[in-house]
Design a binder for this molecule. Structure first.
Ligand code: UDP
Ligand code: MG
Length: 139
């Protein structure tokens, strides 16, 4: 399969609620090919670095707290136009505004606990993939 990549995480709330396997199945059903995957828990420093672009936003401290509250499942996905198509597939940042059938609509609980992360550009997909995975962990 050819295409481009995006980076995703199943966020801690969804892992804790037991939704990870369902979400991963839905990702694969959507035509996204898993190129790398692992479960890990972010440190405060790692979460702050990952979300550094949001460091001045009012929700930053709470976001870092929720993203470090338990393990995530991180993955690199490949598909045609992966970044844009995956963001469509997961739905709007706020689950209440997400289209029916999207991952965030189904599994999101709030604008913060919105089930999954999805990269917002090809450049950030590479940066975020490199943040989590060495070349030996990418297939
Ligand atoms: N977030 C939040 N409150 C907001 C906006 C965002 O808690 O008002 C959280 C939410 O978990 C979101 C993350 O911060 O996924 C990153 O925000 P961004 O605007 O990049 O949204 P995304 O790209 O994840 O849709
Ligand atoms: Mg974003």
């Amino acid at each position: 399969m050819s295409g481009s990549i995006t980076f995703t995480m199943v966020k801690p709330g969804s892992v804790a609620d037991g939704h990870a396997a369902h979400i991963l199945a839905k990702i694969v059903e959507g035509g996204f090919n898993i190129k790398a995957m692992k479960m890990c828990r972010l440190s405060k420093e790692q979460a702050e670095a990952f979300y550094a672009i949001h460091r001045d936003r009012p929700f930053f401290a709470s976001l870092v707290s929720s993203m470090t509250s338990g393990p995530v499942i991180a993955a690199i996905l490949e598909a045609e136009n992966a970044v844009e198509n995956y963001r469509k597939y997961i739905g709007a940042t706020n689950p209440s505004e997400a289209v029916d059938g999207t991952i965030r609509k189904i599994y999101g609980k709030s604008i913060e606990a919105n089930a999954v992360h999805g990269s917002d550009s090809d450049a950030n997909a590479e940066i975020e993939s490199d943040f989590f995975f060495s070349k030996f962990e990418r297939f």
